[in-house]
Design a protein around this ligand. Structure first.
Ligand SMILES: Cc1ncc(COP(=O)(O)O)c(C=O)c1O
Length: 419
């Protein structure tokens, strides 16, 4: 990839594409990757990715700490994964039915994920979380699903963060509780009464623009116990954290086996795939729900997933991601202290959230990210970041060289009272 340091950020081609997009795409883009949801000056359009670097359409290269918002775990265009996907595509990808690779991948996931007795495949995380809810309801014959306030589970009417286009009826059987609060969970369980189908939790608390929290063991235990007592399903939404923290499933280290789990993002290193895994008591219900899609059996993403899982195990991915993440965390912490800034780093080192004290609306955080972007590092002021196995210690040191200047600029803005 060509690297042009000067004028990093949205350039002439990016601006041109945004103008063209605005004519033919409502709002110029939907969802979280639209430029209006990013700090001003961030590019919206990208041309290439290689290892831990991405290149925007204007040829500016950045060390990527968003990893495509999670799917990239081995690095962009990992050779082994791409070769596996290409070999399958050369034979055929979207055929009249699935390939052998579907069964091989299901077998691999059942042996990889500690709680899994069976697997079904989809395309996106939303497909997987929605299927989990449907399976729990089909199995129990009940309607109520408990969901933590602020957790993101996808963009279907039952879970999308905005109410536009959504009816109250779409939501009326979803009851809220507070993550990591066993009392609030118990209250919600009581409220659901004998209509409780499932408790749905993310692997850890990774809500937008707030400090992340690992699951408190007492809370996780309560979720497991309450759902078991009530004959309801415990669903762990592992879409974001899956295959980064623990290859056996993100709650395996807590000694807790969910009844259902949803996976996507890192499962195939950027190839479109999602999976629901479940325990035997839900197998029959999983055969009764009707969920499918024209592309859900495409074989190349499954070949990519097999290659990804092999590599993740070979290199002991969670340990390595934690190591590089910790190097970044230690460096940022030293720098923030030197610049007199109160920077909070929360969540697992492999998926850090960076927030500043006294920073409503993340004005200071956005300025810090804009400065880092100019220096060639792609961060986000409100969403957790992602490390990948392509980030070497030297790459982290290059990130830190950029963040030092960005933190200096943020400190100057704070002293001047502008952020
Ligand atoms: C925890 C969690 N669940 C579900 C989803 C939805 O996944 P997708 O965007 O692939 O539909 C996401 C996406 O960010 C997520 O982070």
């Amino acid at each position: 990839m060509a690297s042009q340091a000067a004028g990093r950020g949205s350039g002439p081609l990016d601006r041109q594409l945004r103008e063209r997009a605005a004519q033919v795409i409502p709002g110029g883009l939907w969802g979280h990757q639209r430029a209006s949801a990013l700090p001003e000056g961030y590019p919206q359009f990208f041309r290439a990715g290689d290892g831990c670097r991405v290149e925007d359409v204007d040829g500016h290269v950045y060390i990527d700490l968003m990893c495509s918002w999670g799917p990239i775990v081995l690095g962009h265009r990992h050779p082994g994964v791409e070769a596996a996907a290409r070999a399958q595509r050369d034979l055929g990808d979207c055929l009249d039915g699935p390939g052998e690779v579907l069964v091989a991948l299901a077998e691999r996931l059942v042996t990889t994920l500690a709680h899994a007795d069976w697997v079904t495949f989809q395309k996106n995380g939303t497909d997987a979380t929605t299927a989990c809810v449907m399976i729990a309801r089909a199995a129990t014959g009940r309607r109520k699903v408990l969901v933590a306030r602020g957790s993101y589970h996808g963009s279907a009417p039952w879970c999308t963060p905005l109410m536009a286009g959504v009816t109250e009826e779409d939501r009326c059987h979803f009851l809220p509780f507070d993550y990591n609060d066993p009392d609030s969970l118990a209250q919600a369980v009581a409220q659901a009464g004998d209509d409780l189908a499932a408790i749905l939790v993310t692997a850890f608390r990774h809500d937008l623009a707030r400090d992340q929290e690992m699951p408190d063991p007492a809370f996780a235990q309560a979720a497991r116990q309450l759902s078991a007592e009530r004959g309801a399903a415990l669903i762990v939404d592992d879409v974001r954290a899956g295959f980064r923290l623990d290859l056996r499933g993100s709650w395996a280290a807590l000694g807790i086996a969910p009844d259902l789990s949803a996976h996507s993002k890192a499962i195939a290193n950027g190839h479109p795939l999602a999976a629901v895994t479940g325990r035997d008591w839900l197998r029959e219900a999983a055969t009764r729900i009707y969920v499918t899609g024209s592309f859900w059996c495409s074989a190349s993403a499954m070949a990519a997933a097999l290659a990804t899982l092999t590599e993740l195990h070979r290199v002991d991915a969670p340990r390595q991601l934690e190591r590089v993440g910790q190097r970044l965390r230690d460096g940022l912490s030293r720098q923030a202290q030197a610049h007199g800034l109160s920077l909070r780093q929360s969540g697992p080192p492999a998926m850090p959230m960076l927030l500043f004290d006294d920073d409503p609306g993340q004005r200071l955080g956005s300025l810090f990210c804009q400065e880092a972007l100019r220096a060639g590092v792609y961060l986000h002021p409100r969403h957790n970041l992602f490390l990948s196995l392509a980030h070497t210690e030297a790459d982290i040191d290059a990130v830190l060289a950029a963040t030092d200047g960005a933190l200096a600029a943020a400190a100057a803005a704070r002293r001047a009272g502008v952020a």
